[in-house]
Unconditional design. Structure first.
Length: 485
């Protein structure tokens, strides 16, 4: 298999917050990887922009170290690294004041794609948009990339949308959700809409339920203060998991183009039923020998913020009425794994007798991490003598194995999404109305907790979450997949 790397047009990309953690770990090493793969033209330019004073050479050294630490492939390719560093420069710019803007404006070229990546705290997004407008360096063809979190609730998301739209058209705004840039997430659409095999079964008649899991082994660590204001619902469910849910549940768009896809996703969010307290379990990890509890990590013993959440959701439309969708996410769990499992119903009648063990459902698992790939569990006859006994076997496809050395060329989520920004393709970015609809669904749920003042259930570090989360499925004769399966 030969992978095709199609170079993008030359561009000027300004990374506000170019000296921050996200730029250092993801954006800059990702851009280097695209350069290394031959996708960035040599006359492209990448400008780091933050408050602190720094020379171009100091910024290049900062990026060299970031590449050495975080780029996966190509980090030993000295000539390529030197070539990439030549694209870089640095400007000290204050998002809230006028310092540095004139110099930045003078640097931007007219005849290339201009993109501005807002990799700064959300309180600065509006200031950046305003200054880009004031110094006339945005222009009609410029794009802005806005990092998460996109608002804290419906009101703040609406305010942010209104501020950005004062200066930019919706077609210029790229709200990034890096989950959408993952190879498997896009493959989900390819599998659903590129085959006839699955789509006829993809509905409440044949699907018993769906599970979406994003499990982490780490705690909140150094992000405690930020995380405690957010919690699993705001940090994971309202954005990343909602996006996964949309892709799994949406109707086929008439075409794979931005608004067609985003229209269908929006319909899913709007069809979500409100979720009552009986269908939600919130948890907080406790401590253990050598492991700090959530309270210790956030330095607040009275915190009622959840580090784990499990929920049962319903989509009220023709396709999904009656099929529950269970989502769970949490920190300090036993495994680091993200997956979507579509659990099909049992065959309506067993011709092999009534042994309940022989009545199994097919399960399609889409693994986001680790080892991106897919797995379809099918029932076959146990080989050998002994009659017609059934067993389950996985039809397993790991991208790394299926693609061999070509897998090294698969861009990671940030790389792919930044290239989409340069190409002007918004398909994998959230539209403003999607972000607002997701908050409109999440807000009443969060408000009801705040009103009730409920404390989350404690769970052991290294466990699968609170017992009550297991009961959410047990009480209906189902069980969570063991995420190591
Ligand atoms: P960070 O490490 O705190 O970096 C913030 C950056 O903003 C620094 O480069 C800082 O530069 C710059 N900055 C601060 N005030 C400024 C101002 N007034 N004008 C210009 N630049 C200013 O934050 P981060 O972790 O990179 O996160 C950046 C954004 O990405 C946030 O919205 C965050 O929620 C989001 N995000 C981060 C991650 C992650 O893994 N880190 C993941 C997902 C989303 P100076 O120090 O020079 O001021």
């Amino acid at each position: 298999m030969v992978s095709r790397v199609i170079p993008v047009d030359p561009f000027d990309l300004v990374i506000f917050g170019g000296t921050g953690d996200l730029a250092r770990r993801k954006i800059l090493p990702g851009l280097y990887r695209r350069y290394w793969a031959g996708q960035l033209p040599d006359d492209s330019r990448i400008v780091g922009a933050s408050r602190r004073e720094m020379t171009d050479d100091e910024f290049r050294q900062f990026v060299r170290e970031a590449i050495e630490e975080f780029a996966i492939e190509g980090k030993d390719d000295a000539p390529k690294i030197d070539g990439f560093l030549k694209l870089l420069s640095y400007n000290a710019v204050d998002a809230t004041g006028d310092q540095g803007w004139k110099e930045l404006a003078d640097k931007m070229r007219e005849d290339v794609v201009r993109a501005y990546y807002f990799s700064v705290g959300p309180s600065l997004f509006g200031h950046l948009a305003e200054h880009l407008h004031k110094y006339k360096i945005a222009g009609n063809h410029a794009r802005i990339v806005v990092e998460k979190p996109f608002g804290h609730d419906l009101k703040s998301a609406k305010d942010l949308n209104a501020t950005l739209r004062k200066y930019f058209a919706e077609e210029q705004i790229y709200r990034i959700d890096h989950y959408l840039g993952k190879e498997t997430v896009q493959n989900l659409m390819a599998v659903r809409f590129g085959n006839v095999l699955f789509e006829p079964l993809w509905n409440a008649l044949y699907v018993d339920h769906i599970q979406i899991t994003v499990a982490e082994t780490v705690g909140v660590g150094g992000r405690g203060t930020y995380y405690d204001k957010s919690g699993a619902m705001r940090d994971m469910v309202q954005n990343h998991m909602m996006q996964l849910l949309c892709l799994i549940a949406m109707e086929p768009p008439h075409h794979f183009e931005p608004d067609a896809v985003r229209d269908e996703k929006l319909k899913v969010i709007r069809a979500l039923d409100p979720v009552g307290p009986q269908d939600i379990v919130r948890g907080q990890y406790s401590g253990a020998e050598g492991i700090d509890s959530y309270f210790t990590d956030v330095e607040d013993e009275r915190s009622t913020t959840e580090s784990f959440i499990a929920m049962k959701l319903h989509i009220s439309n023709w396709r999904w009425k009656g099929t529950p969708i269970y989502v769970r996410t949490g920190k300090r769990l036993k495994t680091r794994a993200s997956e979507i499992a579509v659990v099909f119903k049992h065959p309506p009648h067993s011709i092999f007798g009534e042994n309940p063990n022989d009545r199994r459902g097919n399960v399609l698992v889409i693994r986001l991490q680790p080892n991106e790939g897919m797995n379809l569990r099918v029932t076959i006859k146990e080989p050998g003598p002994g009659g017609m006994r059934l067993i389950e076997v996985p039809l397993d496809m790991s991208f790394a194995e299926a693609l061999g050395p070509e897998a090294a060329d698969i861009p990671d989520a940030y790389e792919r999404l930044i290239m989409d920004v340069i190409r002007g393709n918004q398909t994998l970015f959230m539209r403003g109305d999607e972000a607002e609809a997701a908050w409109a669904w999440a807000d009443p749920i969060i408000e009801s907790w705040e009103k009730a003042g409920d404390r989350p259930k404690l769970y052991d570090p290294g466990s699968a979450g609170p017992e009550e989360a297991l009961m959410l499925l047990y009480r209906e004769g189902r069980r969570w997949r063991d995420i190591r399966e």
